[in-house]
Design a protein around this ligand. Structure first.
Ligand SMILES: O=P(O)(O)OC[C@H]1O[C@H](O)[C@H](O)[C@@H](O)[C@@H]1O
Length: 526
């Protein structure tokens, strides 16, 4: 029997609140610091490891977190989710994104079909389509090969696929699997679509219109923008555009597209990178085999998330430590800091994934909760961030937990040796140095130069950012956020908070405004 209780009603949470907080600077700088770095590490899939040595935890806190995981029934709730229970209570939907990359439990039938079969079928259709485009069997109206793919979508239909594309672009070029360049149009700002269209050869571009609902204002506007550009160039839009949507959306009914591929309502937009939403653009850009490797990496990480032992379940452990930091230690935000330029848009994707999922003030039954939930997420790749906002992270009045990611090897492999070290070594030296600087600090008589330390971080370390390790990394965060939603007893799979602004914007455009909204509309010349 699963019981969905608020966090503050759990005995184990009350026990956790009573644990003594760990003096991070002392434990990291102390004689057992080195051992701690070796031991506080959980293997992940695809050669990654989650290292939490620089978190404010010790055996006592970990034991309390283990009890919390049990009492909150995290494993049982995950089981219920992948076995097809209606975990998205707000929208009364199943939550099946794990099934796009594997089957963790029972077969799930919905809408009269086996869902795993449905997702695999879509992947196969995308693979066949992409192979034909690459082979020149599917061409533009003039019988010429497409050279560029342009995705049109926003939110979950943009951020994940864009971040994944950028993460693998150079890897694919290096490994001879790069098929075509991808570009992305998301913003309703006309300068976004115009700039992208100016940068591509429209006659040889295939456009992927991605919208789960098929009703998103920005995406439909940008579809018209692109169709206009195609028409102006004397091209037949229906020979240049494919759609990715749900079978029930208005787009699914249209004959305007060269092909259509489907996801469904059981995959939240922000969890859709492993569905057709990511599948179409990534298979076109890099080939279906690369997309399959990405899915395999995610599936392998999902399996680790099943483990009841928190020291063997990196996602559950990361989630529990995050809740401890947020609710017991009171930290308001988390910075995502990948030491990898390829992950430049990964923090932006995690912003949506985390903040849209767990930025809630009511529990899954619609009742207000008496504790804080999801933190503010932000980030930039290192070392760039070091020269920007790390000042506040080191010496500011808020303590911000940090999530580092680092790889031993670069993707392209071109490097230079300056002063006895490569750029890659300099990159990795910096992340190691930052972890210790944040944790241990450094005393100085000059208060302005003093570093208090005690600033917690964790790091995911990998050999190299590849399709498979990227899949594992993505699944790590998806599952971490899911477990945190279980702990906070919120529904991580709806996003009612984005609706009000949309409704008001429509009113502005229809000139149905008064009061403050009217004046702002006038000021903006609408
Ligand atoms: O894929 P779509 O239906 O066009 O939705 C695109 C995005 O817009 C919405 O406003 C939601 O906030 C996002 O969760 C969603 O990913």
């Amino acid at each position: 029997m699963i019981t969905w209780n608020n966090l503050d009603k759990l005995t184990s949470y009350q026990e956790l609140e009573k644990t003594e907080s760990v003096d991070l600077a002392a434990v990291m700088a102390g004689e057992n610091g080195a051992e701690r770095v070796k031991n506080y590490s959980v293997p992940m899939a695809e050669g990654l490891a989650y290292n939490y040595a620089a978190k404010k935890v010790d055996d006592t806190v970990l034991a309390a977190l283990e009890k919390l995981a049990e009492e909150a029934q995290l494993t049982e709730k995950f089981e219920a989710l992948y076995n097809g229970e209606v975990v998205n209570t707000g929208e009364k939907r199943l939550v099946l994104h794990h099934m796009t990359r594997g089957q963790l439990g029972d077969a799930v039938e919905a809408d009269g079909v086996d869902k795993r079969t449905f997702y695999v079928e879509q992947q196969k259709k995308i693979a066949e389509f992409a192979n034909k485009v690459h082979a020149g069997e599917i061409t533009n109206g003039a019988g010429e090969k497409f050279t560029t793919v342009v995705q049109i979508g926003i939110g979950g239909s943009d951020l994940g696929p864009r971040a994944m594309y950028l993460a693998l672009e150079n890897w694919a070029k290096k490994n001879d699997t790069f098929k075509m360049e991808a570009k992305f149009i998301s913003n309703v700002d006309p300068d976004d679509a115009a700039a992208v269209l100016n940068s591509v050869d429209v006659a040889h571009s295939i456009f992927v219109l991605v919208s789960k609902s098929g009703t998103t204002l920005e995406t439909l506007t940008n579809e018209s923008f692109v169709k206009d550009a195609l028409k102006n160039a004397g091209l037949d839009a229906s020979k240049h555009m494919i759609a990715v949507t749900s079978e029930t959306s208005p787009l699914a009914k249209s004959d305007d597209y060269l092909a259509a591929f489907f996801m469904d309502d059981y995959i939240g937009g922000r969890f859709s990178s492993t569905s057709a939403v990511g599948g179409a653009v990534l298979s076109l850009a890099f080939g279906p085999e690369v997309f399959a490797q990405f899915l395999d990496g995610a599936a392998a990480e999902d399996k680790l998330s099943l483990n009841k032992n928190i020291k063997e379940n990196p996602e559950m452990l990361d989630a529990l430590i995050g809740v401890y930091e947020r609710n017991v230690l009171g930290y308001p935000s988390t910075a995502v800091l990948p030491y990898s330029q390829a992950l430049s848009r990964f923090p932006a994707h995690l912003q949506q994934l985390d903040m849209e999922s767990n930025g809630k003030s009511v529990n899954r039954f619609g009742e207000p909760v008496d504790y804080v939930t999801g933190p503010v997420i932000f980030g930039e790749p290192g070392t760039n961030g070091q020269h920007s906002f790390y000042q506040l992270l080191h010496q500011g009045t808020d303590i911000v937990p940090l999530q580092f990611v680092g790889f031993k090897n670069s993707q392209i492999g071109t490097d230079v040796v300056i002063q006895d070290s490569t750029s890659q070594q300099k990159l990795c030296a910096n992340v190691a140095a930052q972890i210790v600087a944040f944790a241990c600090g450094k005393e100085d008589e000059n208060r302005n130069k003093n570093f208090e330390g005690g600033r917690p971080s964790s790091i995911i370390i990998g050999e190299q950012l590849t399709p498979a390790s990227l899949g594992a990394l993505l699944a790590h965060f998806e599952n971490k956020i899911m477990f945190q939603g279980f702990l906070w007893n919120v529904n991580s799979f709806d996003q009612e908070g984005v609706q009000l602004g949309k409704v008001l914007a429509k009113r502005v455009l229809a000139h149905e405004t008064d009061g403050a909204l009217r004046v702002f509309s006038d000021l903006l010349n609408i």
